[in-house]
Design a protein around this ligand. Structure first.
Ligand code: DXP
Ligand SMILES: NCC(=O)COP(=O)(O)O
Length: 247
């Protein structure tokens, strides 16, 4: 029997909103992006409501919630404001992420070990209203164990470091992600991954048999400029299938 999880593709629509916000226009519309992504085969839609609202806005989140036909994965910081919004909107999944105002993008994983009580309280609050909780963490055993201990059932391994490295160092980081995924699954967690993935680096990550979902945004928005939104999504899915076939 094949016990390998199916590999799902979460389309992150944040940077559709970034482009819209650059001019304060109503286009490109993140709602249209989500609808077309689902038509093209996205398994879920991911969006990050940042505290500074630099891309997705509260109104986007509210309008998207009833429109999404697959699953909504809301990324947000561990703050009372964000947890209260999440509990009101009730997405299928909430992925708790670290956030720094001045960062260009999410720089590292959530330090669950260092903020154990706060992450546990947020996880419990979200679970109490029926939301599945994921924690966006670095591929480290102690963080994965802490994720399990706070009651999360999902982790998303931060692949940003893998994406930034080259050569042997990238291979080593890939091995770190593989070992982390194996450990996560061995203690009963669903293990996802994402950040910085693109057409050139996705296949090796997709080949990690323990992964259930990859969340990809920025590179798909970039590819869409040249070949169209839906083609960028179907091409990414094909590469993931090719990568998984080599696991
Ligand atoms: C947590 C994460 O990885 C995503 O939120 C994604 O990177 C898009 O958001 P930013 O570009 O704002 O980091
Ligand atoms: N959690 C990672 C994500 O949603 C997408 O990250 P990126 O592809 O925009 O870097």
């Amino acid at each position: 029997m094949n016990t390998q999880p199916k590999l799902e593709l979460g389309i992150n629509i944040d940077h559709v909103a970034t482009l819209r916000n650059a001019r304060g226009t109503i286009y490109p519309d993140p709602l249209k992006a989500a609808r077309l992504a689902e038509e093209a085969g996205a398994d879920l839609i991911t969006l990050h409501l940042r505290e500074d609202r630099r891309h997705i806005k509260d109104a986007d989140l509210l309008a998207l919630r009833p429109l999404i036909q697959t699953r909504m994965n809301l990324e947000c910081a561990v703050t009372p404001e964000m947890i209260n919004i999440a509990c009101k909107v009730k997405p299928h999944d909430v992925c708790l992420v670290p956030e720094k105002r001045e960062e260009v993008t999410t720089e590292g994983g959530l330090d669950v070990v260092g903020h154990f009580d706060a992450v546990k309280a947020a996880t419990t609050q979200l679970k109490n209203v029926g939301i599945r909780v994921s924690l966006f963490i670095d591929p480290e055993e102690k963080q994965i164990q802490a994720a399990k201990d706070v009651g999360a059932t999902v982790v998303e391994l931060h692949t940003g470091r893998y994406a930034d490295l080259e050569g042997d160092q990238q291979i080593q980081e890939l091995e770190r992600i593989r070992k982390a995924a194996q450990f996560g699954v061995s203690i009963g967690l669903r293990v996802n991954a994402g950040h910085g993935l693109h057409e050139g680096n996705v296949k090796s990550v997709a080949a990690i048999a323990e992964l259930s979902e990859l969340n990809i945004g920025h590179a798909i928005v970039a590819e869409a400029l040249f070949k169209g939104w839906q083609k960028a999504i179907t091409d990414m899915k094909s590469l993931m299938i090719q990568g998984r076939a080599h696991s």
